[in-house]
Design a protein around this ligand. Structure first.
Ligand code: GAL
Length: 373
């Protein structure tokens, strides 16, 4: 029998309305016509559990605490020629509703099985559905912005790499981890023709109805903020590079106080690390880093409550109320990864995060924002 949840319990096993643990890792939430839809990676037990054996799971809720299992929104494919073949990698799925096409559009980080189990594919998968819960139909995968130069680089840096430059870059053996010799103005030039690498990602619907795709690009060293086209299924071809060489992963965006706020992580694989807060007056920038948004003990500050961001969820009808969503990964047994949801608080004009063992939406009551000046 389902026991009704009345509080968020960050880091503890979270069960759905059937008492089953929720499978929605690296997730995001869409609010649509009175219901919240939580999409995330369905992970399975054991060391291979990070591969997509099932697909993207979706849950529905009206109160953000009690979630109904709405099934598999996007299923992996048994056919070996499919780009989303069972055993591929599907991470960080996010969904937006497109009011023009009346379609729900899902983007995710895709590593096709054919790319082996490396993360070298660095592709974006796109799927669409007529209803929030799906079924989502896989449309295509791509590397964003093939043939397009970023808008915020100088003319002199809009040049494909020469053959000697390519050799030199290959010698650096950039994987996906920070290295001090990361070349800040090379990788996007290497990838002009193929399209830009895209791993950790989020989607963001702006107040003017435009949608953006934010992704860790250029061997994870540089974030891109990329406009989507009117259908939200392809890049529009306009993008900027943000924080070259800073290796921001796990981007999660919110808009508050006329600014865009970005929570992100450092780049250390599944191991938790020190979170980062950045902001900009517009999504195109200029972006400023503010440092670590986590307050607490030394360990909590250093490892962001042992978790990595995935999304910021605006609570409907509560003014400045936002829920910060993060994952506490469990790479040896991914099915047991936990969710760390915390209320975003505001201090001295900045969104910050503090640990709560247990909390409810009442923390947002009355004044709207939790402002502790
Ligand atoms: C993390 C990333 C996860 C996953 C993992 C693989 O840095 O945020 O989504 O890709 O690396 O090692």
């Amino acid at each position: 029998m389902h026991h009704r949840h009345t509080q968020f319990l960050p880091g503890q096993t979270w069960t759905d309305t059937h008492g089953q643990p929720i499978h929605a890792h690296g997730g995001g939430v869409l609010y649509h016509e009175g219901t919240y839809w939580w999409f995330g990676e369905h992970k399975v037990a054991g060391p291979d559990g990070n591969r997509a054996m099932v697909g993207v799971h979706v849950y529905a809720s009206e109160d953000l605490l009690n979630w109904r299992d709405a099934g598999i929104a996007l299923s992996v494919d048994e056919r070996p020629d499919s780009e989303i073949e069972k055993g591929c990698i599907i991470e960080r799925p996010k969904v937006l509703y497109n009011a023009r096409t009346h379609r729900f559009v899902m983007w995710f980080h895709l590593e096709p099985k054919s790319a082996g189990m490396s993360y070298d594919g660095a592709r974006s998968g796109v799927a669409v559905a007529e209803r929030p819960e799906g079924p989502y139909r896989f449309l295509h995968s791509l590397r964003p912005n093939a043939g397009m130069w970023p808008e915020n680089v100088q003319e002199a840096d809009k040049a494909p790499l020469s053959a000697p430059e390519q050799v030199e870059l290959a010698r650096l053996e950039l994987g996906g981890a920070p290295v001090p010799w990361y070349p800040r103005n090379r990788v996007y030039r290497r990838d002009l023709v193929s399209g830009q690498m895209a791993r950790d990602m989020t989607l963001f619907l702006d107040v003017d109805g435009r949608a953006y795709h934010l992704y860790a690009s250029e061997n994870n060293g540089t974030l891109h903020v990329s406009l989507l086209d009117a259908t939200f299924t392809r890049p529009a071809g306009r993008y900027v590079r943000v924080f070259p060489g800073r290796f921001h992963e796990a981007p999660a965006l919110m808009r508050w106080n006329d600014r865009y706020w970005l929570f992100s992580s450092d780049c250390t694989g599944w191991a938790p690390n020190t979170a980062r807060l950045s902001s900009a007056p517009q999504l195109w920038g200029p972006w400023t880093e503010h440092g670590n948004p986590c307050l607490g003990t030394g360990a909590q500050i250093a490892n962001s409550f042992a978790s990595q961001p995935t999304f910021v969820l605006p609570v409907q009808g509560r003014g400045d109320a936002f829920v910060y969503m993060a994952d506490r990964w469990c790479p040896q047994n991914p099915i047991d990864g936990r969710y760390v949801w915390l209320p975003v608080r505001f201090r001295h004009g900045l969104p910050i995060l503090e640990w709560c063992d247990a909390w409810s939406l009442d923390v947002f009551a009355s004044a709207g924002a939790v402002v502790d000046e």
